[in-house]
Design a protein around this ligand. Structure first.
Ligand SMILES: O=C(O)CCC(=O)C(=O)O
Ligand SMILES: [Fe+2]
Length: 364
C-alpha cells in the first residue's frame, strides 16, 4: 500500500475563485469536499499524507538540501560553534548523540512495543539518536506571551551568506502548504475551515532538518530516529535524498514511506490528536537504515555525491498561548476526557519534561 498524493492546486484554485467573489460551480464544490475528505481520512487512518503544492518546487527543495548537505559535511569543530547547549539547543545545531527518542525513556511505550506483532515492532534504540539537527524558527512570534522563549538570536554559520534567505523561504513555503492541509482537514472533519489555522497563528514553528552521516552510520538497521511521535500539530518534510522513514498506520501495520519526487510528506503530531479528541492519533514513526537507504547510498557514492542524509523537517505548532482541547463535535468523542483543556505551551513543556529536554521548544 502506498499513501495517496493529494494535489493542493485544485483546492488553491477553487479557494482563489471564491476569494474573488466568483462562487465556484457546484461540481467544483463537490470536488473540493471530496479532496478534503481524502485529507482528513488519510490523516485519521495513516497519520500521514503526501501532498503536491505548486508553490513548493523541486528546485526549492534541492536548494535547501544542497545547502544543508554542505553544512552537515563541515567538520564537527565547525558545527559545534553553532550549538547552544545553554539554550537547550533551541536554536542552532544539535550534535549527534544528544536527542533521546521517546521509546528509550517511556516505559509505557516500551510495554506497548512488546505487545506488537514481531514483524511490526520498531527497532529498539540503544541510546540517543546518532543524528545532527539544526533549529531555525520560522514566522512571526507573539509580542505578548506567557511562554517567552529564552533570549535566543537565530544562529547563522559563517561562510553561508545564503543561509537566512534559504531557510526562511523554504520554511515559509512549507508552512503555507501545512496551512492548506490544515484547512482541508478541518473541512473534512466537519469543523470550520479556520478551526486549526486560527490556532496556528504565531505558533513557534521550527524548521528542524536532521543530518545523518551515512559514511559513519550507514549500516543496515542503524536507528537515526528511534520510534516516537511528534509533539507538535503537524510535521511536514520535503523529500529526503535517502529513504528510511517508516510509519505505523492506525491498524498497527508498519509501512516504509516512499515520497515521490516533487511531493511533501505530512505527519500528524500530538496537538492534532488533542484537538480532535483522539479521532486523529499522533503518527508513530522511526528512521532507520533500510535496504532502500543502502541502494541510495550506493548510487550516491557512484556519482560522488554527499552521503549525508538530510531531512527537511518542519514542525508546525499551535500557538503557545492557545488552548488545546477537542474542538466542536470532537468534544463528544468517547475518549475526549483524555484530552483536558490546556495551554499548548504548557503541553509542550510537560512533554519535554518526560523526555528530559525541558526548556527545548521544538523537540519531537
Ligand atoms: O529524519 C527524518 O526524516 C525525520 C526525523 C523525525 O522523525 C523527527 O525529526 O521528528
Ligand atoms: Fe519525528
Amino acid at each position: 500500500m502506498d499513501l495517496p498524493v493529494v494535489d493542493l492546486s485544485r483546492y488553491l484554485e477553487i479557494s482563489a475563485r471564491r476569494g474573488a467573489g466568483a462562487l465556484p460551480p457546484a461540481a467544483a464544490e463537490v470536488e473540493l469536499r471530496a479532496l478534503c475528505t481524502t485529507v482528513s481520512g488519510c490523516l485519521r487512518d495513516s497519520g500521514a499524507l503526501l501532498v503536491k503544492d505548486p508553490r513548493c518546487s523541486v528546485e526549492d527543495n534541492d536548494r535547501f538540501l544542497d545547502m544543508m548537505e554542505r553544512y552537515f559535511g563541515r567538520p564537527e569543530e565547525f558545527k559545534r560553534l553553532q550549538a547552544r547547549p545553554a539554550l537547550h539547543y533551541q536554536v542552532g545545531a544539535t550534535p549527534e548523540g544528544v536527542e533521546v527518542p521517546r521509546s528509550l525513556v517511556d516505559e509505557d511505550m516500551q510495554a506497548k512495543i512488546k505487545l506488537m506483532p514481531e514483524e511490526f515492532q520498531p527497532a529498539i534504540p540503544r541510546g540517543p539518536d546518532p543524528k545532527w539537527r539544526y533549529m531555525w524558527r520560522v514566522g512571526p512570534r507573539p509580542a505578548n506571551t506567557r511562554f517567552q522563549e529564552l533570549n535566543s538570536e537565530p544562529v547563522i554559520p559563517e561562510g553561508f551568506p545564503e543561509w537566512k534567505e534559504t531557510m526562511d523561504s523554504w520554511g515559509s513555503k512549507m508552512i503555507a502548504a501545512i496551512e492548506v492541509v490544515a484547512e482541508m482537514a478541518a473541512i473534512g472533519f466537519g469543523l470550520d475551515k479556520d478551526a486549526f489555522t486560527s490556532l496556528m497563528k504565531q505558533g513557534p514553528h521550527l524548521l528542524a532538518p536532521t543530518g545523518s552521516d551515512l559514511q559513519r552510520h550507514g549500516s543496515l538497521g542503524t536507528v537515526f530516529a528511534g520510534y516516537h511521535y511528534d509533539l507538535n500539530f503537524l510535521t511536514i518534510h520535503g523529500r529526503s535524498r535517502f529513504p528510511g522513514l517508516s510509519i505505523w498506520l492506525r491498524n498497527g501495520q508498519k509501512m516504509e514511506v516512499k515520497v515521490p519526487v516533487g511531493c511533501l510528506l505530512i505527519q500528524t503530531g500530538m496537538q492534532i490528536e488533542w484537538l480532535t479528541g483522539g479521532k486523529c492519533l499522533a503518527g508513530m514513526h522511526e528512521v532507520t537504515v533500510t535496504n532502500r537507504t543502502l541502494e541510495a547510498i550506493e548510487l550516491a557514492k557512484q556519482q560522488n555525491l554527499s552521503i549525508w542524509r538530510v531531512s527537511s523537517t518542519l514542525f508546525a505548532h499551535i500557538a503557545s498561548d492557545a488552548i488545546l482541547k477537542p474542538l466542536g463535535h470532537f468534544a463528544e468523542t468517547p475518549v475526549a476526557s483524555k484530552y483536558p483543556p490546556m495551554c499548548a505551551g504548557d503541553f509542550v513543556e510537560r512533554e519535554l519534561g518526560v523526555i528530559n529536554l525541558k526548556g527545548r521548544k521544538g523537540y519531537s
